[in-house]
Design a protein around this ligand. Structure first.
Ligand code: GLV
Length: 336
């Protein structure tokens, strides 16, 4: 870690308007805070110019903090991402430069798992599609054989990425539907195994056995485009694919084809590839598909929590040389 002077009056740039709690906490701790007031993210050249004037950043997922950014902003003491995901940041480069990267897990786990859970139910009963058919005047009578969905009770939930959000999703599904939980992860999760009787399985078994396969992994070189044509073919034709992590984890062209050909049964997406999704995307017309515009953490509680944690990551860093939620903790040396 670089030597960080203890004196306050450090400057922090917040790259979008976020809940005011972040600014309030930082100012109370003696920081000078500026907030980019635009309705959308800055261009990278603007971001670089503004970041050059400050000591620390609160960044968002749309900010491209890549090699170009770091080549001009290596002076930053800390970057606190207002998100749990940080695939917009070249963490390797930040680490090489000794810049800690904070993020905001935990506070958004309930909110994001709720979206995964809601999408699962919505897809299983074709809810988004049927809502639209009423608007189109197509509800004429009770239909004994139409609009049939699938029940979830007793089915098998496959979690890809058993971290904090995956665990809450497993808890919801077990409590509500007595679903059996299997998971695939980089490492075993003893807590999930104990609490939800979750069974660790190979990726192949996860695909073969899941009735609902819910993705909660990070987007990385290993997971980019992982859910593609070949992978969908290894899933059950009755299965539902849910993605609330990053759209880059699935290949959307392949997903559309898998749904059109009945390779899998349905899909619920809170993240798409690319984002934003175009309004003429064929997925939006499919009965067994539900799509949301990346709202996983969009609750008052979660967003306030994210603002608090982002600010606390910066404050704790300058006050104690510690970042409570740090994705590259190797750069930190405890300041005694
Ligand atoms: C949202 O997508 C997040 O990573 O927090």
């Amino acid at each position: 870690m670089k030597a960080v002077p203890l004196c306050m009056s450090k400057k922090v740039l917040i790259t979008r308007i976020i809940p005011p709690l972040a600014q309030e906490l930082l100012m109370k701790a003696g920081f000078e805070v500026s907030v980019w007031p635009g309705a959308g993210p800055m261009t990278q050249p603007d971001l670089i110019e503004r970041a050059k004037q400050v000591n620390a950043l609160i960044s968002l997922g749309a900010d491209k903090l890549d090699k170009t950014f770091f080549s001009q902003c290596g002076h930053l003491d800390i970057i606190a991402q207002f998100a749990v995901g940080f695939d917009n940041i070249d963490v390797g480069e930040a680490t090489r430069l000794g810049i800690p990267i904070g993020n905001t897990p935990d506070v958004l786990s309930d909110a994001t798992a709720d979206v995964a859970f809601g999408l699962m139910i919505a897809v299983s009963r074709k809810m988004f599609y049927l809502h639209k058919t009423i608007q189109q005047g197509a509800w004429k009578q009770f239909e004994p054989l139409k609009n049939l969905g699938q029940e979830l009770t007793g089915k098998t939930l496959g979690i890809f990425g058993m971290g904090r959000i995956g665990q809450v999703m497993a808890q919801r599904c077990m409590g509500a539907y007595s679903m059996k939980v299997i998971y695939h992860n980089r490492s075993r999760n003893a807590e999930a195994e104990q609490q939800f009787n979750a069974r660790y399985v190979s990726f192949d078994e996860l695909l073969r056995e899941s009735d609902v396969l819910s993705v909660h992994s990070v987007l990385s070189a290993e997971t980019k485009g992982l859910f593609n044509k070949e992978v969908f073919k290894r899933m059950k034709p009755t299965s539902i694919f849910i993605n609330t992590s990053r759209g880059g984890v699935h290949n959307e062209v392949d997903l559309i084809e898998a749904l059109q050909q009945g390779t899998i049964w349905g899909a619920g997406l809170d993240v798409t590839n690319p984002e934003p999704m175009k309004s003429d995307n064929p997925l939006l017309l499919m009965p067994t598909v539900a799509v949301l515009p990346h709202i996983g953490s969009a609750t008052v509680e979660a967003r306030n929590g994210m603002a608090r944690v982002a600010a606390e990551n910066i404050i704790a860093f300058y006050q104690r040389g510690h970042v409570p939620y740090c994705v590259n903790p190797g750069v930190l040396v405890e300041r005694k």
